[in-house]
Design a protein around this ligand. Structure first.
Ligand code: SF4
Length: 315
């Protein structure tokens, strides 16, 4: 198993919709999936700052395998709008259910934590909030505004939900001018029904396309997981669809199964296949590609964004 927070919290299952499903098989992890144990002083300090500000991170909630490495460097990815998601994707470890009200102080707390962690680049993601009229878009914009005001030199990356059936929501977030707008497709279209049943592939593509329509000079990013049973040709098709939407940056990582109730890992994709996918993606015109077993959207996000920006700078 990848990790982690999978059990019953306060008497309530973390994933009630999955609790009665049969256990899925769990493949043994290969040697190339090796992660650093979360034991450093930097890790403890990051954890303290996150807790003191009453924040959630996707690093913890999703059981990210890179947490030991990232938190040692104080690179935490904030997950706003609560710890409970209104969707129930088959790959995701974030708790599902009915979320609470938005915290009006959260933008300030995220900005304060960004400052205390000394982040040159901050990544902000969220749970899905299908219960809100705007899907939480105005809250995203408020968080971006608060970070800008408090940490004007920090670049801001948002990793948003799809805002499905929330007209105008993408425009609200884009108008707040994050430095990079990420929305993950997560998987190939044929797997949506089983992996991401609450989402629609072309609606997700449309999010990314819309960001570029609003501001053609903006940076966009998307990612998929492999190992969910997708075919190579389908991955190549996703690349073409993303390039048709002018997406700049593609991430591809290995899917890891959070628990036996989640979608099984169909295959561990070996590192050389990631290298080959990376080469194809560059050939298809992405400005930046990160493809490896432990690639995650926010892994090395700051360094990668600096490189991406440099590629566009006049020479
Ligand atoms: S890769 Fe992203 S989600 Fe994972 S620990 Fe690093 S910052 Fe957090």
């Amino acid at each position: 198993m990848a990790v982690v927070i999978d059990t019953v919290a306060a008497g309530r299952p973390r994933h009630p919709e999955k609790a009665h499903r049969p256990d899925q098989p769990a493949l043994r992890k290969p040697d190339w999936i090796r992660v650093k144990a979360p034991v450093s002083r930097g890790y403890a300090e990051t954890q303290r700052i996150v807790r003191e500000n009453g924040l959630h991170t996707v690093c913890e909630e999703a059981g990210c395998p890179n947490i030991g490495e990232c938190w040692e460097k104080k690179h935490a990815t904030f997950m706003i709008m609560g710890d409970t998601c209104t969707r129930a994707c088959a790959f995701c470890n974030v708790k599902t259910g009915i979320p609470g009200a938005l915290d009006a102080m959260e933008p300030r707390h995220v900005a304060e934590a960004t400052e205390k962690l000394g982040l040159a680049h901050v990544v902000v993601t969220s749970v899905d909030r299908d219960d809100l009229d705007d899907g939480g878009a105005a809250h995203f914009a408020a968080v971006i505004g608060a970070i800008r005001a408090r940490c004007p030199n920090t670049t801001i990356e948002v990793l948003t939900p799809d805002f499905l059936r929330k007209d105008g929501a993408v425009d609200i977030v884009a108008a707040a001018k994050p430095d990079i707008f990420n929305h993950n497709l997560e998987t190939v279209p044929s797997k949506y029904l089983t992996v991401r049943p609450g989402a629609r592939y072309f609606a997700s593509i449309r999010v990314l396309q819309r960001v570029k329509e609003i501001d053609p000079s903006s940076f966009t990013k998307s990612g998929i997981m492999v190992g969910l049973g997708e075919e190579r040709n389908e991955v190549l098709q996703v690349m073409d669809d993303l390039r048709a939407a002018n997406v700049d940056f593609l991430t591809i990582g290995q899917y890891l199964q959070p628990s036996r109730k989640h979608h099984p890992v169909v295959r561990f994709v070996p590192p050389d296949e990631f290298k080959a996918l990376e080469a194809v993606a560059y050939a298809k015109g992405f400005a930046m590609v990160s493809a490896s077993p432990l690639t995650r959207s926010s892994h090395h996000a700051g360094e990668d964004f600096a490189r991406l920006k440099a590629l566009r700078a006049p020479r």
